[in-house]
Design a protein around this ligand. Structure first.
Ligand code: TRP
Length: 333
């Protein structure tokens, strides 16, 4: 079977280390092995930004620059702008008949996001159903594999359910995707909160300058009970160590530091200094490549146009199969 990867990001801001660990890294690693589609999910971004279209528009380029900067190669990966593929919207509408409102309300990620945004019963309908449109994102490209962070697992689960329903009721034309969760499934925020996210203000962005990274690392949350250098410290729930786990190429060094920290005698300042070095080593080449691509936004937009055309082509072929399976191919009998 053909190996296809589909992933996406909402263009609501530049991408951060959480995006990298959750999914970007895998996409870069696998892009030569899989046919790779990457979706800039502007319609999904609008589900909670209907009043800020300029924000979404601006971040199309930012997110594209982040992709190119981390090593997504537009010669092998196809970057697609979601709203320019109307087949995704069409497929979403067909899928909406195969899912209940009760099921949508049970999606734990949507539930948590609704709470965070204070939506309650006034949730925009488009927001409640975004997992369905995400299922369309994935299946319109016939993806087998979706590299995602842990928080996206409920989306893949719903996608699989929709595919099963569709294939059972109509004809088995859709591919059931699997999630690919990385070894660090979720990166905490700099404040030690569960998840790194732009809206929580606890993110280190791939485009942050060296000065900003210094400040963010210096003010990072650590074990609040680790007051004196000689105090034994806790490495669990300590984001400094989570980041070292994710980014320090010297795994043995990290292990040794964890032991030293736990038994006492290793100060936060020293650990943070190491983290800063590690992050700079990772971010510096990304920043340089980003600045290079940013010189020619026209070229970046051209890359997106080309990817989007290719994406439409693939999506159009899937939709022909879908319409035939649903007996909607009135003129092709
Ligand atoms: N919901 C994803 C996020 O918030 C973004 C996304 C949109 C996505 N479409 C997708 C992820 C398709 C994987 C596959 O990060």
């Amino acid at each position: 079977m053909k190996k296809v990867i589909l992933t996406g990001d909402r263009p609501t801001g530049p991408l951060h280390l959480g995006h990298y660990v959750g999914s970007l890294q895998k996409r870069v690693e696998l892009q030569n092995e899989y046919e790779t589609y990457i979706l800039i999910a502007d319609m999904q971004a609008l589900t909670d930004n209907a009043e800020h279209p300029e924000k979404v528009r601006h971040n199309i380029l930012e997110v594209a620059l982040d992709y190119l900067a981390v090593g997504i190669d537009p010669k092998v990966s196809t970057i697609v702008i979601q709203s320019l593929v109307p087949e995704i919207s069409e497929l979403t509408l067909y899928y909406l008949n195969l899912v209940t409102v009760a099921r949508l309300q049970r999606n734990p990620t949507v539930k948590a996001e609704m709470k965070q945004r204070g939506f309650g019963a006034n949730v925009p309908a488009g927001f409640l159903v975004y997992p369905v449109s995400q299922a369309a994102d994935i299946t319109v490209f016939r993806a087998n594999l979706v590299p995602v962070g842990e928080d996206q697992l409920p989306m893949i689960e719903q996608t699989r359910e929709l595919v099963q329903s569709f294939n059972r009721i109509y004809k088995p034309v859709l591919v059931e995707p699997e999630a690919l969760v990385p070894k660090v499934p979720r990166l905490p925020g700099t404040d030690g909160q569960n998840k790194m996210s732009k809206s929580l203000g606890n993110a280190i962005f791939l485009s942050d300058t060296s000065d900003v990274v210094t400040k963010k690392v210096k003010s990072m949350y650590t074990d609040p009970k680790h007051i004196h250098v000689e105090d034994p410290g806790n490495v669990e729930g300590n984001p400094v160590f989570s980041y070292l786990d994710a980014f320090d190429p010297d795994a043995n060094g990290v292990k040794a530091m964890k032991q030293h920290y736990s038994s006492g005698g290793l100060g936060d300042v020293t650990v943070k200094k190491r983290l800063f070095e590690v992050l700079e080593g990772f971010l510096e080449p990304i920043r340089r490549r980003r600045a290079e691509f940013a010189k020619d936004p026209g070229e970046v937009m051209r890359i997106l146009h080309e990817g989007t055309m290719k994406g439409r082509d693939t999506a159009g072929r899937t939709l022909s199969d879908v319409r035939r399976a649903m007996r909607l191919d009135y003129y092709n009998d």
